[in-house]
Design a protein around this ligand. Structure first.
Ligand SMILES: Cc1ncc(COP(=O)(O)O)c(C=O)c1O
Length: 374
C-alpha cells in the first residue's frame, strides 16, 4: 500500500485538498481575539448558500453525531412523541439518540436498500397527530440512498411536526434548500463534501424550531443551542472551537465558490452515473435502484466484499468502505464526494476491473457517460 498517497474512496472522511491541509497548519490564534472574530462569522455566512437558508448556522466542535445529538437534546424532552424515518444505519442513530433522551419513539422503517416514501410519511402523520418532531437522513451513507427531503417535508401537509434533517454526507454535494423546503433543523459536518478534516458539526434552526428549543426540558450544556446563539452575536463560539478546522473551511469554501455550486452538484451527479454504469458493466449488482441513488456514495453487492476490499487496499492503496448493519460483509461502498473528480472515478473503476480480472468494460462504460455529459 502506498502510504504517501492513500486513495480514500469511502463515504467520509473524504480526501482533503492540499491547499486546505496547508491551512490546518496555520499558527494558532486566540478564539476570543480579533482575527478569529473576523474570520469565523464569514465562514458561517458562506455556508448559508449550501444550507439554502437565511437562518444562522452554529458550529459545534465534535463529529457529525454531535450535531445530531445537539438537535435531539434541544428538541426532545422525556415523553416527546417523535417519528424517526429509518432506512439505514444513520436513520437508526436518530432513533437511538431520541431514546437516549427518553422521547416516545415511533419508527417508520423502510427497506435498507431503498428510500423513504413521502406518501407513507403523510399517512403515518394522519394517523398520529401527536408527533412533534420528525427525524430523517438526507443521504443515507450506509446504503447510498438520497431521500427526497422536499417531498417528505411537503408530505406533512398541515401537520405541525418539525422536520430535522441530517445532511452530513450530502451538504455541499447535493442540493439542500432549508428555507424553500420548509425544514426546521439541518445538521451537517466538515469531513465529507465540504472537503475539510473531521472535527466540527453545523446546526441551523428555523424560528419555529428555536421556539420549541426554548421550551425543551432535557438536560444539556455543551450542546445547548441558546449558548451558541448568544456567542454567535459576538462572532464567537461558547467553548474553544476547532480553530484549525475553521482555517480549513475558509479555504475549502473558496474552492467550492470558485467551482460554483451548480457545477459542484453536476460533478457529483456525473461521478454517480460513471460509477453506476461502470459497476454494472463489470456485472456487479448495485444495492439501490436509480431513483434513490446518492450522488456522493454508491453501494455495490458482492459476496466476500471485505476480503475483496482488503485485497485492493493492500495491493493498490485504494480504500473502499464495507457494508453496515444487514449489509456487513455483503456490500462495499464507493465514496465519490468532495475532493474527487471524474478522473478519479475512472481509476476507481480500473482498480475494480483489475481486481475482478474483467478488463475494459467498466472504464469504457464510465467514459461513455462522461463524454455524453461533457
Ligand atoms: C449520514 C451520516 N450521518 C451521520 C454521521 C455521523 O457522523 P460522525 O461519524 O462524524 O459522527 C455520518 C458519518 O458517516 C453520516 O454519513
Amino acid at each position: 500500500m502506498y502510504r504517501f498517497k492513500p486513495e480514500l474512496r469511502i463515504p467520509g472522511p473524504a480526501p482533503v485538498p492540499p491547499q486546505v491541509s496547508m491551512r490546518v497548519a496555520s499558527p494558532m490564534i486566540n478564539h476570543r481575539g480579533r482575527e478569529f472574530k473576523g474570520m469565523f462569522p464569514c465562514v458561517m455566512e458562506r455556508l448559508k448558500p449550501l444550507f439554502g437558508t437565511e437562518n444562522s448556522i452554529y458550529m459545534i466542535t465534535g463529529s457529525g453525531t454531535s450535531g445530531m445529538e445537539a438537535a435531539v437534546s434541544n428538541l426532545v424532552s422525556p415523553g416527546t412523541p417523535v417519528l424517526c424515518l429509518v432506512g439505514g444505519f444513520f436513520g437508526q442513530r436518530w432513533a437511538d439518540l431520541c431514546r437516549a433522551y427518553e422521547g416516545e419513539v415511533h419508527i417508520l422503517q423502510c427497506p435498507w436498500d431503498g428510500g423513504i416514501e413521502p406518501a407513507q410519511v403523510g399517512e403515518y402523520l394522519d394517523d398520529h397527530p401527536e408527533i412533534e418532531v420528525i427525524f430523517v437522513v438526507h443521504n443515507e451513507s450506509s446504503t447510498g440512498v438520497l431521500n427526497d427531503i422536499k417531498a417528505i417535508s411537503a408530505a406533512r401537509g398541515n401537520h405541525e411536526a418539525l422536520l430535522v434533517v441530517d445532511t452530513v454526507s450530502s451538504l455541499g454535494g447535493a442540493r439542500v434548500e432549508m428555507d424553500k423546503w420548509n425544514l426546521d433543523v439541518v445538521i451537517s459536518a466538515s469531513q465529507k463534501c465540504l472537503m475539510a478534516p473531521p472535527g466540527v458539526a453545523f446546526l441551523s434552526a428555523s424560528p419555529r424550531a428555536r421556539e420549541k428549543m426554548a421550551q425543551c426540558q432535557s438536560s444539556r450544556y455543551y450542546f445547548d443551542i441558546a449558548r451558541y446563539e448568544k456567542f454567535m452575536e459576538k462572532g464567537e463560539t461558547p467553548f474553544t472551537p476547532n480553530i484549525s478546522n475553521v482555517f480549513a473551511l475558509n479555504e475549502a469554501l473558496t474552492i467550492l465558490e470558485e467551482e460554483g455550486i451548480e457545477n459542484t452538484f453536476a460533478r457529483h451527479l456525473l461521478m454517480k452515473e460513471m460509477v453506476r454504469e461502470g459497476v454494472k458493466a463489470l456485472g456487479l449488482e448495485l444495492l439501490v435502484e436509480d431513483r434513490f441513488a446518492s450522488p456522493t456514495v454508491t453501494a455495490v453487492k458482492l459476496e466476500n466484499a471485505d476480503a475483496f476490499r482488503e485485497n485492493i487496499r493492500v495491493r493498490y492503496g485504494v480504500e473502499f468502505a464495507g457494508g453496515q448493519g444487514p449489509h456487513a460483509g455483503k456490500v462495499f461502498r464507493i465514496g465519490h464526494m468532495g475532493y474527487a473528480t471524474p478522473l478519479d472515478m475512472l481509476t476507481t473503476l480500473a482498480v475494480l476491473e483489475i481486481a475482478l480480472e474483467k478488463y475494459g468494460a467498466a472504464v469504457t462504460a464510465a467514459e461513455l457517460v462522461m463524454n455524453q455529459k461533457n
